[in-house]
Ligand binder design. Structure first.
Ligand code: NAD
Ligand code: MG
Length: 397
């Protein structure tokens, strides 16, 4: 929205204390000399000391904790700073509606949907890391951005890659998009081996350093499942145009195939700051201090077909794409519930997909989402049903 590069670019970060949020502030710091970012609002959940430090360091107007129980602690931490403090859902909405040009959507899960929608509706450019917005609300989310008049720029590394490969105005010749997946820590595990893994092993991603949810999602490939649905809505492609290929080195971030047989790929070190920087300064490329690829050291790049039997999440994403309607919202909500149950040691790693599949089948009759309220209702119902399925699995164990 800001065309003059010298004018301050007002930025709000929803979820500034997370992995993407911290990387975003690092990029802001790196670009300080060139870009003149002005931080409007920052939000976090439980890590109040970090949130308060960030707000002071970046001179935010407003700091918000989404957990109301931490309101007083945040107020105390920012006493005398002149920084406004708010909490809870209303605080998140306040942060989203302050007049930032760009809103980095970096909350994890459906908790980010309402504030990101509010930012989109008032016309902010949305730098979207919080893929669950698109998985749950799909076309409704895309039309909220369109109606607001802002831009939607992906931050997810795969989708940033595709966005970069697509920009040559050759949409008419687009044949397929190929999402790369690292395969996660269990790429070579049998299902028997996966049955007994712990959260600690599941979160240990071989290449990327990320938040807990997405790390476990990389191990189960549910993250890739969400990304397939994210890609459909971002790039308006048919489900059969979306491919997934396992690429253990995470150097090729994704690819686009064209009608002449050409495939354009975007490569880089596995460092989210490249995609974040691109989203913040698009259409210009920022100068970033990230590791450069040394092809001689890399020596090889491997690719292998994904295994939908060991990783049923990929099959469930195809089902959700084919069924359409509210199945994305249902899959996402059921999986978030199952993920929490896995973290609480109530169910095993493989049961996460069983829970998601059971709830998707139970709710297959729910039609299309006409309003955002339909999405919130389906989300709540899927969570309730998933909780019931988790209890049944627990009892049977
Ligand atoms: P994270 O867990 O590190 O951080 C999540 C942020 O959301 C934190 O600021 C936290 O305080 C906030 N938060 C948590 N629960 C909340 C709630 N109930 N209400 C409001 N705020 C809440 O997560 P992350 O890894 O930074 O991921 C954020 C989003 O970006 C996710 O949607 C993820 O899929 C996506 N993403 C992350 C990466 C990555 O490298 N980490 C890469 C691609 C996409
Ligand atoms: Mg990704």
């Amino acid at each position: 929205m800001t065309s003059d590069s010298k004018a301050p670019r007002r930025l709000t970060i929803l979820g500034s204390t997370g992995s993407i949020g911290c990387n975003t502030l690092d990029v802001v710091e790196q670009l300080r000399a060139d870009e003149n970012f002005e931080v409007v609002a920052l939000t976090g959940h439980g890590n109040i000391a970090l949130l308060a430090n960030q707000a002071r360091q970046h001179r935010a107007q407003l700091a918000v904790t989404s957990d109301e129980r931490h309101y007083q602690a945040l107020k105390d931490a920012l006493a005398g700073s002149g920084i406004e403090v708010a909490a809870g859902r209303s605080g998140l909405l306040e942060a989203a509606t302050r007049d930032a040009d760009t809103v980095m959507a970096a909350i994890v899960g459906t908790a980010g949907l309402a504030p990101t929608l509010a930012a989109a509706a008032r016309g902010a450019d949305i730098a979207l890391a919080n893929k669950e917005c698109l998985v749950s609300a799909g076309d409704l989310f895309v039309s909220a951005v369109r109606q607001g008049g802002g831009r939607l720029i992906p931050v997810d590394s795969e989708h940033s890659a595709i966005f970069q490969c697509l920009e040559a105005d050759q949409r008419h010749a687009l044949e397929r998009i190929v999402l790369t997946a690292s395969g996660g820590p269990f790429r070579t595990y049998s299902r028997e081996q996966m049955a007994n893994v712990t959260v600690e092993t599941a979160r240990s991603h071989p290449n990327w350093s990320m938040g807990l949810k997405i790390s476990v999602g990389s191990a189960s490939m549910f993250n890739k499942a969400l990304e397939m649905i994210e890609a459909k809505h971002l790039f308006d492609v048919r489900p059969d145009q979306i491919e997934v290929i396992v690429h253990p080195q995470s150097i090729v971030h994704s690819m686009v195939g064209y009608s002449d047989g050409s495939v354009i790929a975007q490569l880089g070190s596995p460092d989210m700051r490249t995609a974040i920087g691109y989203a913040l300064t698009h259409p210009r490329r920022p100068a970033l201090n990230v590791e450069r690829l040394d092809f001689a050291k890399l020596a090889r790049l491997d690719f292998e077909a994904p295994d939908a039997v060991r990783f049923p999440a990929l099959r469930l994403a195809r089902t959700a794409l084919e069924r359409g309607g509210l199945q994305g919202a249902v899959m996402n909500a059921a999986e978030e519930t199952a993920f929490q149950a896995f973290c609480d040691s109530r169910i095993g790693f493989l049961a996460m997909a069983d829970v998601a599949e059971a709830v998707m089948d139970e709710m297959v009759g729910h039609g299309a989402a006409l309003t955002i309220e339909d999405v919130f209702h389906a989300d709540a119902e899927a969570r309730q049903r998933a909780t019931d399925v988790v209890s049944r699995i627990e009892k049977a164990a």
